[in-house]
Design a protein around this ligand. Structure first.
Ligand code: NDP
Ligand code: GDP
Length: 321
């Protein structure tokens, strides 16, 4: 019998890569989508016919219960969230509804319908906030520093509580930043890759960024969804940090991206205080030794390769109009 999986957030970056992965593993994949007046299926158009789209919304408890009753999944991957930090400052309570309470709603739906369903929660390195140590691991204290990080911390602890309290197979993947050509255009990696592509093609002259000194541990989304799947195939549920263990500054990212197309970043990058956050996370760098030891997972794509991939893809798309 084929395994059935529900992916919430299937229209997002990770949802689309995870759907690709599960489809190749011969799962029946059910991607949960919320209602919108125009379809936003760009990231999953290539999967049409291989996955089924089903309606549901993290804000609507009944829609989640009905979905789980109808699909009877073996695995649920909760990737849906309001995932952008600056928006979480502008809309803190809505971010809490999606990114925090949404997790409780799914966990409750699973508890009600079938406690044996395996659950993956998309937790985030943003929970480490004002970091207590570097690199950060599963035992590093959580000190979130923005409304998104606070909401993710709630989702993380609820996942732990349902695992320990109700003996559910609930895992929390604490993923560090991961990028790809499918990354949302508001995130810094994609702002840089699109900006470099436009400048190279003569469509723009400058790229405006915020804090250039912030350090992040950037990996490739295609590698990271494999870790999500591996977590749910283990004999026991647990939490895992997923990261490369290498941190680079935003400036490094820009330099490598501009160098790749033969340009000097210093001539094109400007900074704007409006893009600097009320509270910043200066360094996030993960220790993924547990994922390596228990899951046998390690990242395949190196930082430079990731930057080149993103820049090349944006140049290709923009050049083709
Ligand atoms: P995206 O922002 O690309 O995708 C978010 C998804 O959530 C979209 O499919 C969106 O649907 C969906 N969604 C938002 N609100 C709701 C709702 N109320 N009901 C149903 N669906 C909703 O995120 P990523 O793919 O980059 O990230 C996946 C998950 O991993 C997120 O939870 C994110 O916070 C977390 N994460 C990501 C990291 C990263 O570096 N990418 C790092 C650590 C954690 P729609 O298309 O309709 O808007
Ligand atoms: P985050 O780590 O989930 O918040 O991912 P982002 O890609 O949004 O931001 C990563 C880091 O880049 C943060 O420290 C930002 O302050 C910094 N940054 C610098 N300039 C920009 C910018 O123009 N846009 C975004 N999104 N982030 C920027």
């Amino acid at each position: 019998m084929k395994k059935r999986a529900i992916i919430t957030g299937v229209t997002g970056q990770d949802g689309s890569y995870l759907a690709d992965l599960l489809a190749t593993k011969d799962y029946e994949v059910y991607g949960m989508v919320r209602r919108s007046s125009t379809e936003n299926f760009e990231r999953i158009n290539h999967l049409m016919g291989r996955i089924e789209l089903v309606r549901g919304d993290l804000l609507d408890q009944m829609s989640l219960i009905r979905l789980i009753q109808t699909v009877k999944p073996h695995e649920v991957y909760n990737l849906a969230a309001q995932s952008f930090v600056p928006t979480s400052f502008e809309q803190p309570t809505l971010t809490g509804e999606f990114t925090a309470q949404g997790v409780a709603r799914i966990l409750e739906a699973i508890r009600l319908v079938d406690k044996k369903i395996r659950f993956y929660q998309a937790s985030s390195s943003e929970m480490f906030g004002l970091v207590a140590e570097t690199p950060q691991s599963e035992t590093t204290p959580l000190r979130p520093r923005n409304p998104y990080g606070v909401a993710k911390t709630y989702g993380h602890w609820m996942t732990v509580i349902y695992r320990e309290g109700y003996h559910m197979f609930a895992c929390s993947g604490i993923l560090f930043n991961h990028e790809s050509p499918r990354r949302g255009k508001e995130f810094v990696s994609r702002r840089i890759s699109v900006g470099v592509a436009k400048i190279k093609l003569g469509l723009e002259k400058k790229l405006t960024l915020g804090n250039l000194k912030a350090k992040r541990d950037w990996g490739f989304a295609g590698d990271y969804v494999e870790a999500m799947w591996k977590m749910l195939q283990q004999p026991k549920p647990d939490d895992y940090v997923v990261a490369t263990g290498e941190a680079h500054t935003v400036e490094d990212f820009a330099r490598v991206a501009f160098n790749h197309v033969g340009l000097n970043w210093k001539k094109y990058v400007e900074t704007d205080q409006k893009l600097v956050r009320p509270t910043e996370l200066h360094i996030l760098c993960g220790n993924a030794l547990k994922a390596r030891r228990v899951l046998g997972w390690k990242p395949k794509m190196r930082f430079e390769e990731l930057v080149y991939l993103m820049v090349d893809e944006d140049i290709k798309v923009l050049a083709n109009g």
